[in-house]
Ligand binder design. Structure first.
Ligand code: GAR
Length: 222
């Protein structure tokens, strides 16, 4: 499986781009066999664009405001991604809902990351929603995008505890640290051809670090 060609990625961002950075770092360290063909932001001031520039990755701003419909915006995204030969689209803090124009063009080839244990707390401000709800465990989810808000077959999740003296910011940072681990991992599983979508479920073939993680998070009760 290791001899599969590098994954041709397109990354969609809207903001800081720390997940983009985690993907770049994973590629540069040799953990992930991939090449980011293009970074696209819908916001010209997204700091993630600087990150792309610093690593000499081509980038493009396509402002959703310049389009009258979601479909027209997505048509432009699809053209840019196809123009660069992108195989898999990775949303990394991209703040627009994707229409069927994108989801049909890249069927089961759009990934996203969300800072909650889906299907709990979809949508904006997920960390605050989980914190305010008083959950004992929070986390993050990488999934294959389906129509709807933060919905689709789940690829990888990571769990973090909510600690007694947490505030929303501390919890957000603890979740983010896990995002930066599981997004490159999920992309690596894809690149290695180890993901098989079966309806709502994603089977991961081969030995999985997820099992180890689960054993650590959920030790046997006394
Ligand atoms: C991340 O926490 C990501 O999970 C979240 O936006 C942040 C982007 O940070 N995405 C969503 O909430 C999607 N519903 P980044 O720009 O530093 O990667």
């Amino acid at each position: 499986m290791a001899d599969r060609p590098p994954l041709r990625l397109g990354v969609l961002i809207s903001g800081t781009g720390t997940n983009l950075q985690a993907i770049i770092d994973a590629i540069e360290s040799g953990y992930l066999a991939a090449e980011i063909r293009i970074v696209i932001s819908n916001r010209p001031d997204a700091y993630g664009l600087e990150r792309a520039k610093r690593h000499r990755i081509p980038s493009l701003v396509i402002r959703n405001r310049d389009f009258s419909t979601r479909e027209a915006f997505d048509t432009s995204l699809v053209a840019a991604l196809r123009g660069q030969g992108v195989e898999l689209v990775a949303c990394a803090g991209f703040d627009r809902l994707l229409s069927n124009v994108m989801l049909d063009a890249f069927a089961q080839r759009v990934m996203n990351i969300h800072p909650a244990l889906l299907p709990s707390f979809p949508g904006l401000h997920a960390q605050k929603a989980a914190f305010d709800h008083g959950v004992r465990f929070a986390g993050c989810t990488v999934f294959l995008v389906a129509p709807g808000v933060d919905d689709g077959p789940i690829v990888v999740q990571a769990v973090v505890p909510v600690l007694p003296d947490d505030d929303e910011e501390r919890l957000t940072q603890r979740i983010l640290a896990q995002e930066h681990r599981i997004y490159p991992y999920a992309l690596r599983l894809y690149q290695e051809g180890r993901l098989e979508v079966q309806g709502r479920k994603v089977r991961v073939h081969g030995a999985s670090e997820i099992d180890t993680a689960l054993a650590l998070v959920n030790p046997p009760l006394p």
